[in-house]
Design a protein around this ligand. Sequence first.
Ligand code: GYE
Length: 334
Amino acid sequence: MRGYCRIGLIFLVQICSLSGCGILSRPTENSPESTAENDLIVVGFAQIGAESDWRVANTESIMSTFTEENGFELVFNDGQQKFENQVKALRNFIQLEVDYIVLAPVVETGWDTVFAEVKAANIPLIISDRFVEVKDDSLYTAWVGSDFLSEGEKAIDWLNSYLESQGRADEEINIVELQGTLGSTAEIGRTEGIARKLAEKPNYHLIAIESADFIQSKAREVMGVLLQKHNEIGVVIAQNDNMAFGAIEAMKAAGKIPGKEIIVISFDAVRAAFNAMLAGDLNVSVECNPLHGPRVAEIIRKLEAGEPVEKKRYVDEAVFDQENAAEQLPARTY
Ligand code: GYE
């Protein structure tokens, strides 16, 4: 936004917030910086929502990275889990003539038109967290996020070795899977990774698979119904920690013992998941790292310096279970 009239920006932002488009901006009209010309890099960030602990940690990482002290001005939009809101946010960012647009896309498809508009406006577009499926890869500059397929595979690898260690490797096991938001890369990749590994085990039976949108309260409801329908559930795989917490609540309400009678597997490895592992309720959480703020900032710094950036960057992730949870907990930052 260097050289752009900041008052104009703030005016637009305020109109947006009055009209309910969900745009928020850090500086206020009265803040001393708001009238001064400066060299801040203006970043429009279209966030998915606030559906999980992971998402909250991700927002916090973005907010604490894109500060004025670090040379940025952040225009933040909460898409409330809706694709249409995110498209609107991108169009607003174009109007605001931000320097960079960062998008955490709720779903993979449908972006071609609005991305073409961003490209026509000459604004570099960085995708973080979930991925997009577009016909033309030149519509975005870079992506940084997780390998969700590998996360799914790791979950079943863990189950295999756990059952082995319990002498239960050949037992017939009924599995229930709670999926995240359908059509999101996190859901697509984890579902596929899990499915590939399950296919290798004829004694594993996926008896139900349902979406609870990555949301704890939905998972509690869905799991409550599944527990009534199915007597012999041996394993629940929740595609994020919050859905595992919801499922655990439902199991307890139904008189089942999570972590013992029913093995509970999840993804993200947020702090609360470590507490659930220490309590014995959750067996394992496959890590998904939400701290993308510094990674996106690094991409922007490189682009500013005219340096090349990687088109796709996967972050390293581990697997945590009841064996190593206590030792790992103090070092967790989210
Ligand atoms: O696993 C879940 C969140 O896209 C990786 O979204 C993210 C997922 C994460 O709601 O908790």
